[in-house]
Design a protein around this ligand. Structure first.
Ligand SMILES: *[C@@H]1O[C@H](CO)[C@@H](O)[C@H](O)[C@H]1NC(C)=O
Ligand SMILES: *[C@@H]1O[C@H](CO)[C@@H](O)[C@H](O)[C@H]1NC(C)=O
Ligand SMILES: *[C@@H]1O[C@H](CO)[C@@H](O)[C@H](O)[C@H]1NC(C)=O
Ligand SMILES: *[C@@H]1O[C@H](CO)[C@@H](O)[C@H](O)[C@H]1NC(C)=O
Ligand SMILES: *[C@@H]1O[C@H](CO)[C@@H](O)[C@H](O)[C@H]1NC(C)=O
Ligand SMILES: *[C@@H]1O[C@H](CO)[C@@H](O)[C@H](O)[C@H]1NC(C)=O
Length: 422
């Protein structure tokens, strides 16, 4: 009697560990979480048992299951099929990679209370990113078909992981839903020109919650407001040399002027960075490319010709160097033509460098950074970038790069497993 009882407890524990409602009816590797980096994984011995787990861990991290009983040596590991890693033998998969924090449910349940100390943007200090990118838009050569891009300069990722792309040489904005091979034209696409249904070398955009797009129509020197599902835009700002665009938590728009060395906040053209002509001083910028506005409304600017990233807190008279500033170069304390910057909630800065084909991470107050993506020469391998011009994170922390001269947008999945362990 006692033996049966113990056996039952063990059995129930094992089953509880692996059964997951999230994955019901979803086939192997298909998406099962709001995090697009997670997919459905099947138990090695019972096709009805599934977990929704992170897919992009290196195969070398997994060990084989015991042959005789399909169990695992380590606690909190389950024996699953993972043909991409091992065709014939099941592997032991750590359940921490299938946690609610890592792979949140597709359909948020009212009873789920997040308990793990991960910031909203899903990035922790010890996060890593897969160094091999997955092409999520374009990647079909240079062109103007709906599965192609030509100079995809700017990207914006919304809360539903939908990617918007400033497709500069096609004079259009594309919208790309993950997993779909074709994009949709959502603005422009009517040839190069200055009519209200046209764009001319669009360089960047932001999309507000209601789907309205704010577009830097760079060669037309105007900022266009384009309502969702509309076939034309309205001019919001005329005669600006905008390159980058950002929106703060209150819905104010910002643009960076490539030619004028300034960042403006709209609707009142309020100066928030630079404004003292092009130059290398701390109160100047030189060919400012993209910008980012954080939760305190501090402005971060990719100050490309000065090979540095500047932070301008609200009301500042000069900027603070937060990355680079040690001359143009490829050492870990240098940058080469930084084009885009994003800061996370901890003040860590991520920089895409047009000149070094890489993305660097600079922790707050550090004198040098580390390369997290690329930096391995120009090329089209999954681990390479060619002239990156923009970067963005989705709300889980997956990193997207406008890999311009490969005519594609790459997604680098975040691995948060080392965030959860401490
Ligand atoms: C899986 O579920 C189906 C339907 O619920 C059932 O018929 C089948 O026996 C189950 N398979 C296993 C291995 O438990
Ligand atoms: C499975 O087999 C291994 C090696 O044969 C053994 O060490 C382990 O205890 C077994 N596990 C279970 C749950 O029976
Ligand atoms: C990051 O990892 C190191 C060890 O690799 C650990 O000491 C540290 O506590 C971790 N930090 C966080 C924030 O998890
Ligand atoms: C629009 O383009 C046409 C043709 O190039 C030009 O004549 C016109 O001045 C432009 N309009 C504006 C507002 O720039
Ligand atoms: C959507 O929101 C933006 C500001 O975030 C506002 O300017 C715009 O008018 C709104 N559009 C609609 C259709 O409500
Ligand atoms: C456009 O802006 C520039 C300065 O950025 C100014 O010199 C020029 O006069 C402006 N043109 C018009 C038509 O307002």
């Amino acid at each position: 009697m006692m033996k049966v009882f113990i056996f039952l407890i063990v059995f129930l524990n094992l089953s509880n560990e692996i059964i997951s409602e999230k994955c019901q009816g979803i086939s192997q590797y298909n998406r099962c979480s709001v995090n697009p980096a997670c997919g459905c994984l099947y138990s090695s011995f019972d096709t009805n048992n599934t977990i929704c787990g992170y897919l992009y861990t290196a195969c070398s991290e997994f060990s084989a299951c015991f042959n005789n009983n399909q169990s695992c040596y380590y606690r909190d590991h389950v024996c699953i099929k993972h043909p991409r890693c091992s065709n014939n033998h099941p592997i032991c998969y750590p359940m921490r990679l299938a946690s609610e924090a890592m792979c949140p449910s597709m359909f948020p349940s009212t009873t789920t209370v997040p308990t793990l100390p991960i910031p909203d943007d899903g990035i922790c200090a010890n996060a890593t990113w897969d160094t091999n990118g997955i092409t999520v838009a374009g990647g079909n050569g240079r062109g103007s078909a709906i599965n192609q891009l030509d100079d995809p300069k700017g990207i914006f990722v919304d809360d539903d992981d939908i990617i918007y792309i400033a497709d500069a040489n096609n004079h259009r904005v594309m919208k790309w839903i993950r997993g779909v091979s074709n994009g949709q034209v959502v603005a422009g696409g009517n040839g190069q020109g200055n009519r209200s249904d046209q764009l001319d070398r669009v360089s960047s955009l932001v999309v507000s919650q209601n789907g309205t797009m704010f577009i830097c129509d760079q060669n037309n020197r105007r900022i266009q407001k384009w309502l969702k599902n509309n076939n034309q835009g309205q001019t919001l700002v005329m005669n600006v040399s905008c390159y980058g665009m950002a929106m703060d938590s209150e819905g104010s728009l910002y643009d960076s002027s490539y030619d004028d060395g300034r960042v403006s906040k709209w609707p009142h053209d309020q100066l928030v960075a630079g404004g003292n002509g092009q130059g290398p001083n701390l109160d100047q910028l030189s060919n400012a490319v993209r910008l980012f506005v954080d939760q305190d409304h501090s402005v971060f600017v990719a100050d490309s010709h000065n090979s540095r990233v500047m932070k301008w807190p609200v009301g500042a008279k000069q900027g603070i160097v937060v990355a680079g500033g040690n001359g143009r170069g490829s050492n870990n304390n240098q940058l080469n033509e930084p084009f885009a910057v994003v800061a996370d909630r901890m003040g860590t800065v991520y920089v895409a460098e047009w000149g070094n084909q890489r993305v660097m991470r600079w922790f707050k107050d550090s004198k040098s950074g580390t390369v997290i993506i690329g930096g391995r020469g120009m090329g089209s391998q999954p681990y390479q970038l060619s002239r990156p011009k923009d970067l963005a994170f989705d709300r889980h922390g997956n990193l997207y790069v406008a890999d311009t001269e490969n005519f594609r947008v790459q997604m680098f999945p975040i691995d948060k497993s080392s965030c959860l362990s401490s």
